[in-house]
Design a protein around this ligand. Structure first.
Ligand code: ATP
Length: 244
């Protein structure tokens, strides 16, 4: 268990889609200032977990607290409480420009000085965004769209950034770049809860991590501990266990 103060605490969370139980009694914690990764195969319930925190899916049971207070139910209230979701699949507003996409990320804010400061912050993290401000988002490359999607999340000045498969479909060199920038964002004060199928990268970058399997948390530990675990190596890192 993490030793840092919990920013997000989830206990006994259950979610069903009709007769399919996607989350079964999930409990986890995200410490203030941490990068926490959730790894697991397709259908393990990782996206459902993030969507439930973000207020897009309703839990049937369990509790979620942010700094000790219940996570609000409506998604716009979750954003106002300091949580931003960067959904899977680089969802950007394709017909809008980069600048317009970024400003949509700040739609709940009325501190124009702060918004300007955070635009500069985003440009420093992803200089490409500044170069492409007037470009229509649908014409960006896949990697640039992922940068925009993360940048839009940052424009709400979250204390907790939820990232759903940030490396999905990106070329290896871009995967490295995205993870490096996620680490930088974290160092600059944003706590990160990240879902990834790229277990190797996700564990290397995580302070703490959970392994999910068919709706349950089946293992947890520091990123380093899980990278060294023979079960994780065999099931998620594609390494064969040495025979004895
Ligand atoms: P992936 O890595 O493939 O995105 P995941 O770990 O994120 O998988 P989820 O997308 O959360 O998993 O899905 C968990 C389970 O819930 C799966 O069995 C999936 O088929 C089911 N599920 C997800 N969304 C819905 C939905 N809207 N309606 C019905 N079933 C759903």
């Amino acid at each position: 268990m993490s030793t840092l103060e919990a920013l997000l605490r989830i206990e006994g969370l259950c979610v069903s889609y009709g007769s399919i139980q996607a989350l079964k009694d999930v409990s986890l914690q995200v410490g203030e200032g941490e990068i926490v990764s959730i790894v697991g195969a397709n259908g393990a319930g990782k996206t459902t977990l993030l969507n439930t925190i973000a207020g897009l899916v309703r839990a049937t049971k369990g509790s979620m607290t942010l700094r000790g207070k219940p996570v609000p139910r409506a998604s716009h209230q979750v954003v106002a409480a300091g949580v931003a979701l960067v959904p899977e699949g680089r969802r950007v507003f394709g017909t809008l420009t980069v600048r317009e996409n970024l400003m949509l990320g700040a739609y709940l804010r009325n501190d124009s000085d702060g918004v300007q400061r955070d635009l500069e912050w985003v440009y420093s993290v992803f200089p490409r965004m500044k170069e492409r401000l007037d470009q229509v988002a649908s014409t960006l490359s896949g990697g640039e769209q992922q940068m925009l999607s993360i940048s839009r999340g940052l424009m709400s000045r979250p204390s907790l950034l939820l990232l759903d498969e940030p490396s999905l479909g990106l070329a290896p060199v871009l995967v490295q770049e995205i993870f490096r920038q996620i680490r930088r964002i974290n160092r600059e004060g944003v706590t990160v809860l990240m879902v990834e199928q790229n277990a190797n990268q996700a564990l290397r970058f995580a302070h703490y991590a959970y392994v999910m399997q068919t709706g349950r948390v089946v293992m947890s530990g520091t990123g380093r501990e899980l990278l060294a675990s023979p079960e994780v190596q065999e099931s998620y890192l594609g390494r064969r266990r040495r025979s004895v």
